[in-house]
Design a binder for this molecule. Sequence first.
Ligand code: LAN
Length: 729
Amino acid sequence: GNDRKGERSWRDAGRQDEKTDRTRWRMKNDGGVHTWHYLSEEEAARWPMSRADKWYLGMDTGAPTLPPPKTPLQAATNGFSFFSALQLPPGNWGCEYGGPMFLLPGLVITWYVTETPIPTSHAIEIKNYIFARQHPVDGGWGLHIEGESSVFGTAMNYTVLRLLGVDAEDPRLVKARETLWKLGGALNGPHWAKFWLSVLGVLHWDVVNPCPPELWLLPDWVPVAPWRWWIHMRQVFQPMSFIYSRRWSYPLNDLTRELRKELVPEPFDSINFDARRNTIAPTDNYHPKTWILRVLFWFLAWIWFPLLRTEGLKRRAEEHVWWLIEREDENTDYANLGPVNGPMNTLVSYIKLGPDSVPFKEHLKTLPEFLWMNKEGMLMNGTNGVQVWDTAFTIQAANDCGFTADPKWHKTLTKALEFLEDHQIRAECREQAKCYRQQRKGAWGFSNRKQGYTVSDCTSEGLKSVLILQKHPSGAYPQLVPDERLKDAIDVLLTMQNPSGGCASYEPTRGSELLEYLNAAEVFGKIMVEYDYPECTTAVITGLHLFQKYYPDYRTEEIRRFKERAINYIRRAQRPDGSWYGAWGICFTYATWFALESLACAGETYANSERVRRACLFLLGHQMEDGGWGETYRSCEIGEWCQHEKSQVVQTAWALVGLLEAEYPEKEPIKKGIRLIMERQQANGEWLQEAIEGVFNKSCMISYPNYKFIFTIKALGMYAKRFGDEEIL
Ligand code: LAN
């Protein structure tokens, strides 16, 4: 999805780069835990490549040419033939989950400073990936693969290449340095860049805005206490504050001494680090720090840390944070919440317990679960996979096509059900309250059971998909998830509603939006607390709705009240132009589809609802000449529709699903979009990758490569159900 033009000759140097043999890479799926392995030739001969491996690696999958489809359902059948052949043995689907360009640096710096040997195969392919993602014109890197070059992206990825042995005089690095220096160098980086470079010993800790672990000692009633923050922020802040408190740095060596000269234009000894804590390039300053935060940092840096903080307090704070990190490790079996706190917790266990300790070694074993191989090389995923999420949506898309009733697909769908059964979370966390964890028995997370974090919409989508199969009128599917466990899922969902009626992602909102004044990350927006999301709220509404169809007597009144309040939130969240803003997919097409599904669930359609009509008009107002829809990721950043120059199959499918949910009366515009989806399909049933699909924190994009199958198939099926499976091509 990267359409930059203007290759320059400085990139040609890359042609001599080392490569690994693509035919020797395998993805191992151990009950939903994904790791990549580079095999010896003998091993490779014994372990054949799957079609999925080939597809992940961008190789010819050998998928057969299919009879050319004429109708939507024929196209959906071809699409599902291709996609079902990518199903993995435990029953789930896999994919790269790249996009963010700030994740590998945390991992590679952690490996480097803990002197962990990096397998040659991995080192080679990480370099290849980073070079492949270098901006073709200015030689820098951005926050994400489609973003403009920034200090964060450029300084961090440059550092990784150097740590992995690339020569400073490689023309591609010379070019990157030019861009970095133009942006003012690493001292103009955001907080997280300054943090990691101080860990590495390249910058001095004085340049890092203070992260006091003492915050974790605040009583729970305090409005800013960290347990109230969005889970990703507080789980990152934990290890970050521990490491900050120790001011731990890797001892200076020749390479890091060189990096000081390469990353920073000024002579190192002349730098006043304290004065550079708040300097930041405009490219990195998505959410500028507020004056309140600056005053707070000033107080912490000049008064609290040097003058007031006692040894005893420091020790107590570090001990408590360490205890919380131990709980995180225990409750996730070292998988950890995500790819930022994973490496940081690894480093904390190294600092605290040393290289021979069990936790440190367990972390090293687990970290590779974040890595992924694609045709460009090795990248780091945004989570330890997209297993549950994609599998649940695949079942729903198949159902919208009526494939659930077709014996031809029973095996595939039963496998998918087995996977969901296996990955429902079965028990609460130990010390749940003390480590501030949300209820999770009965929930589904986004990736696998091991990671173990409740997500509101993942729980709902998982529940819906299980119900669709287990309650299928054909009786063709085994009853793998017993009633009790379905009710556990409902119990979790019923804890997820905010006073507003809406639902957030991992937990109900615990703190005030004013906490955004303390957002210190600079590169992201809306990160400090949970918010209401139309996407998550819709999933929960429709999950509760489907459940009630089969279990009308379970917690009836609570569910009814929940749904009513949730729908009212959806109504209120509509923008004056008729759309909804999407926080997890790009952007208005994504959330508007969800909201229309909620309203349909409440009986509101085009025929009887003014707000549904406004939403349809919004969507139709953005339909392109060719019948498709396309918005760029800028929509997410600025909160206004930004037109893509090319229509996108995924957004086209979202918009169509929205119009179909709304029962928009005219067939022609919908048919035009369906035709576009059918025309973009390849002879083997596949759709090709287009622009990036997902987003988080408003500014960072993330890939959902399976969406081009899931939502196209869903739209085709819904169209056929509504208008009949007529010939379109
Ligand atoms: C995700 C991925 C899934 C996503 C959905 C389920 C799609 C959404 O509806 C709810 C939120 C959730 C679970 C989500 C939250 C934030 C995540 C985990 C991510 C976008 C994937 C990567 C991102 C994470 C924060 C990346 C690490 C970066 C930090 C700033 C800590």
